[in-house]
Design a protein around this ligand. Sequence first.
Ligand code: SF4
Length: 450
Amino acid sequence: MEDGILTQRKGQIHTKGEEPFSINCDKESLAGAVSQRACVFCGSRVVLYPIADALHLVHGPVGCAAYTWDIRGALSSGPELHRLSFSTDLREKDVVFGGEDKLYRSLIELVDRYGPKAAFVYSTCIVGIIGDDLEAVCKRVEREKAIPVIPVQSEGFKGNKRAGYNAACRAMMTLVGTGDISGISTVSVNLLGDFNLAGEIWIIREYLEKMGVEVVANITGDGRVNDLRRAHGAALNVVQCSGATMDLAKMMAEKYSTPFVRASYFGIEDMAESLYRIAEFFETSSPGIMARTQELVRGEIEKLLPVIEKYKKDLKGKKAALYVGGAFKAFSLIKAFRLLGMQVVVAGSQTGTEDDYRELHEIADKGTIIVDDTNPLELVSFIKEKGVDVLVGGVKERPIAYKLGVGFCDHNHERKEALEGFVGMANFAEEIHRTVMSPVWRFVPREESL
Ligand code: SF4
């Protein structure tokens, strides 16, 4: 495990079984290491931009705004303003004389043209450096246009992607608590941490509907400003993943005493467990909910198991590597691969905390490489060392896999097929089978690549 690893990064890599668990994580990326991790601004953009009826304006050079809907296509069942990317396109002159006036004029024009329910204004590196007063401009436009105009303090350099999640949660918290909550059921939840990249939140909402649970706000996939305003009326926050929206759940617990549970919608075990956890919470207020949930889970698993068995025959014994945003997703993926008879031999994340990695270490098999905030050279050396058959990652990992001649499954930005819920597990099995067993690998020599 030595090739391609920088000395200063050694503490961020651990192989299970070699020594007692320890990992150095949740820190800024090593300068020059070409991290696979995104910046603070990207972290906040990931979380906020699926709010479909809001205006999202990036205050900064146009390059920052390249992170658009086309890269991460969160679906909406209604308005699609979030698909448009706006930037103040700061140039040299603005950097010298300040960009506040340009920001004001851009906001006024965009609000007039598109009539959004709210506007999020993202701060980028250069704005942090020149010191534009984002808050003052937002307040002015808010007064003039009578919609919430929310500054997102997400200067790219001021931390890691996790700090961007926090900036997004603080921005959303300014909306929560401003709407009318009358008429909301006592058996109700907000769904936090799903971005509806391929319609997943609709699958989960359908399960909840069958259980008799009302969903007040999608936070944020297929999200709406007015739902966020009413989110404090829900009885429970269901938080997927460990990173992106956990801070919002904690803020709501503190301010509105809204309890939260963690959930994962990937794989059979975690999907079922998440639904049972919700049913358990509402058992007193909704008698019979547990029985309804059990019936739902039983029915879904009966449909799913033959599909899993079909693909397992070919996949048994194959190896997988994971590199995902939040470590929580990695837990579910390890279990999902086991169900397919496969072993995860490399597992890493961009934003895992020590607790996350400790949990990952618990469930990983002996010999698994656990890595925080990796870079392309490291990933290449791990994939080669472990003889990986498929890499699961996002847009930045795809070329690494293909250049090495191994299969790839996008579990992140670019996927077009839902991988959550029981139906998502069937899609996942089918996709993994398709890429691992593809005849193309006969023509791509694995070892000679790169
Ligand atoms: S905010 Fe900074 S680090 Fe992020 S994309 Fe813009 S320039 Fe790059």
